[in-house]
Design a protein around this ligand. Structure first.
Ligand SMILES: NC(=O)C1=CN([C@@H]2O[C@H](COP(=O)(O)OP(=O)(O)OC[C@H]3O[C@@H](n4cnc5c(N)ncnc54)[C@H](O)[C@@H]3O)[C@@H](O)[C@H]2O)[C@@H](O)CC1
Ligand SMILES: Nc1ncnc2c1ncn2[C@@H]1O[C@H](COP(=O)(O)OP(=O)(O)OP(=O)(O)O)[C@@H](O)[C@H]1O
Ligand SMILES: [Mg+2]
Length: 379
């Protein structure tokens, strides 16, 4: 993606642009991309000036509703025949245990349906055949272990084996999603802590969700100071984070300020606080996504979100890593959260209009493609 951007960028700048190409879809898409990069993200961040402080305004004081659709158009890569498999994203979900097998599937399949080329799941031996049975699209590695299947004297050797297995793959991934359906087994979580340390050493972005947040809330050093860590807490998980980090209770009156302090206190991480509006902060600013989603609160929607954020974060990072790009000053983790939140909410809204009260996560996953297409049509 990067080299394509450079060559096309220089091509775009040359005076004698061949008009013949101007009609080509790739060129048109690229022209749109350049325009949206220029105006899109800057212009997309509208600042709300609150003149009257009613209770609701107080709640989102200083939070900035972003034009999420412009962000999506700016970071979604154009189709390009010169790309090979894997270049549009290679994601790995670390989760799935005896108790939960749905969550890792939801996160991993959502990454593919948003547009990643490859999606892996690292789970326990018990969970693997179950997740494999859901879909041949996913590459499922049965390598994690829970305490009940490991003898005390074997724990050391097993955990180093688990780590060696994951290390074989980890460098290939553009982003990890740690936590969907992970469960809370102490031995399993110790192995996952080591995996996180290795990922961090290799500068691989990590989206932490579900029981991954349970782990991180009790071991904040795993993420503090790591700018490529994204936490996606739901109502319960956010409450526990605030209690642990700020030694206080969730304050709805000033949600924006509290989120800013939480992200600052942990240090450098990006937090996506899920709720009626999704609030996003990297400790510098706070953005909000309030696109109407659905009133249905079925389990699994947060798993879709974590997989989607992973893909958009990887795409945004390809752009922000490019000094010529207008996005180089933007935090790719924040852009990824904005895009992931907006697409999930649009898909949930589409699914709810079809299925109403019976809407389940699978219905929302089936709407992901249309949600992306509505915002950013494939060339
Ligand atoms: N179909 C599936 O397989 C699904 C699996 N899921 C997985 O289920 C697991 C739990 O997710 P939930 O959204 O239910 O988790 P929550 O944290 O929302 O709640 C789980 C329950 O455990 C309690 N709890 C959680 N952390 C605690 C702590 N540190 N101390 C005391 N009590 C605590 C909560 O109060 C709640 O009663 C996650 O790994 C998640 O990914 C969910 O994503 C839903 C779908
Ligand atoms: N009260 C709400 N109103 C509108 N949308 C909401 C509301 N709460 C959450 N959402 C949306 O639903 C998405 C999932 O949030 P939720 O709190 O269900 O995550 P979760 O509990 O982690 O889900 P999961 O069951 O997958 O673990 C959020 O990204 C948000 O956009
Ligand atoms: Mg969750």
């Amino acid at each position: 993606m990067k080299h394509v951007m450079n060559s096309q960028l220089s091509f775009l700048n040359c005076a004698n642009t061949c008009m013949l190409l101007a009609s080509s879809p790739v060129f048109r898409r690229h022209h749109l991309l350049i325009r949206s990069l220029g105006v899109g993200v800057e212009g997309a961040i509208h600042h709300h000036h609150h003149h009257t402080y009613s209770s609701t305004n107080m709640q989102d004081l200083n939070s900035v509703e972003v034009d999420a659709e412009s962000v999506i158009r700016a970071i979604t890569p154009a189709f390009d025949l010169s790309k090979h498999k894997g270049q549009s994203g290679n994601i790995a979900v670390i989760g799935g245990c005896r108790e939960y097998t749905g969550a890792p599937y939801f996160a991993a399949i959502s990454a593919l349906k948003i547009g990643a080329d490859l999606s892996h799941v690292f789970c326990t031996k018990d969970a693997a055949p179950v997740i494999k049975s859901y879909s041949p699209e996913l590459i499922v590695h049965p390598i994690l272990e829970e305490s009940y299947s490991v003898r005390e004297e074997d724990k050391k050797i097993i955990s180093s084996k688990v780590l060696a297995e994951v290390d074989k793959w980890i460098e290939r991934f553009d982003c990890l999603v740690i936590g969907p359906g992970l469960g809370r087994d102490p031995f399993l979580l110790d192995c996952v802590s080591e995996i996180m340390r290795h990922a961090r050493q290799s500068n691989i972005p990590i989206v932490i969700d579900g029981d991954g947040l349970f782990l991180v809330t009790n071991n904040l050093d795993l993420v503090s100071g790591y700018a490529l860590a994204v936490l996606t807490p739901n109502f319960n998980e956010y409450k526990r984070l605030v209690q642990k980090v700020l030694s206080s209770e969730v304050n709805d009156q000033d949600a924006t300020q509290q989120l800013l302090s939480l992200a600052k206190q942990i240090g450098g991480v990006t937090i996506l606080k899920k709720g009626k509006s999704d609030l996003i902060s990297d400790g510098e600013t706070v953005k909000s996504v309030s696109i109407y989603g659905s009133p249905r609160r079925c389990g699994g929607q947060g798993d879709i979100l974590s997989g989607s954020v992973a893909v958009f974060l990887s795409w945004a990072r390809q752009l922000t890593a490019d000094p010529n790009s207008n996005l180089s000053s933007k935090n790719p983790t924040v852009l990824g959260c904005i895009a992931g939140s907006a697409i999930l909410r649009k898909a949930a809204s589409l699914a709810f209009s079809n299925k109403k009260r019976s809407t389940v996560t699978g219905d929302i996953i089936e709407c992901l493609g249309k949600s992306v297409e509505d915002v950013c049509p494939a060339a």
